[in-house]
Design a binder for this molecule. Structure first.
Ligand code: 5GP
Length: 203
């Protein structure tokens, strides 16, 4: 029975540690996870590689992707566009692999509208002071941007109620273990198993 891959949406405020947790999941998980690389108009940070961390775009070419409906979701975040190319997500899910999206909250809500069968996981900071400290320690943002990111974080935490799961990022190891357990049980859901059985029989 070929089971369709799971769409896993890992979201939460900027600075909460989504990237670190995602990387740890990829190195620890026994299943093969595929990361969906986002497109963005933000400047690359030192060490970031085009086509690995993001597809870095001009505003003009990003807007062309929007017009051509090439994005599953997109948003403007602190002055830049961010979005998920749709083709890659769909093809990977059909091949039976799990796809990971690591995106902010408004984009996650758009994905929920279009693909409600996804698993929506909200990563929470232990508290707001800790979140601010993480954004400052990352050292990649100037102070007005840090303030904007904190304001956004407060709005974002309010949207946690629309998610399936909330996982506190107290330590990376705890968060990873909890997320892997969620994914494992989602794969064992009778409704999902029956759905893939029916679609296999129809083929
Ligand atoms: P950063 O500039 O720190 O890389 O990302 C800023 C925020 O945008 C983070 O919360 C990150 O998870 C989110 N983000 C990255 N890619 C996407 C995307 O494709 N769509 C949406 N909606 N948010 C994204």
């Amino acid at each position: 029975m070929t089971e369709k891959g799971l769409l896993i949406v890992l979201s939460g405020p900027s600075g909460v540690g989504k990237g670190t947790v995602r990387q740890a999941i990829f190195s620890k998980g026994k299943r093969e996870f595929i990361y969906s690389i986002s497109a963005t108009t933000r400047q690359s940070r030192p060490g970031e590689v085009d086509g690995v961390d993001y597809f870095f775009k001009t505003r003009e070419s990003f807007e062309k992707m929007i017009e051509a409906e090439e994005l599953l979701e997109y948003t403007q975040y602190v002055g830049n566009y961010y979005g998920t190319p749709i083709d890659y997500v769909k093809k990977t899910l059909e091949s039976g692999k799990d796809v990971f999206l690591e995106i902010e909250v408004r984009g996650a809500m758009q994905v929920k509208e279009r693909m409600p069968e996804g698993v929506f996981i909200f990563l929470t900071p232990p508290n707001m002071d800790e979140l601010e400290a993480r954004i400052i320690n990352r050292g990649t943002d100037a102070s007005p941007i840090i303030r904007q990111r904190m304001e956004k974080a407060i709005e974002e935490i309010d949207l946690m109620r629309y998610y399936d799961y909330a996982v506190e990022n107290d330590t990376v190891e705890n968060a990873v273990n909890k997320i892997l357990a969620i994914i494992q049980s989602e794969h064992l859901k009778v409704s999902r198993l029956l759905e893939s059985k029916i679609s296999n029989e129809e083929e």
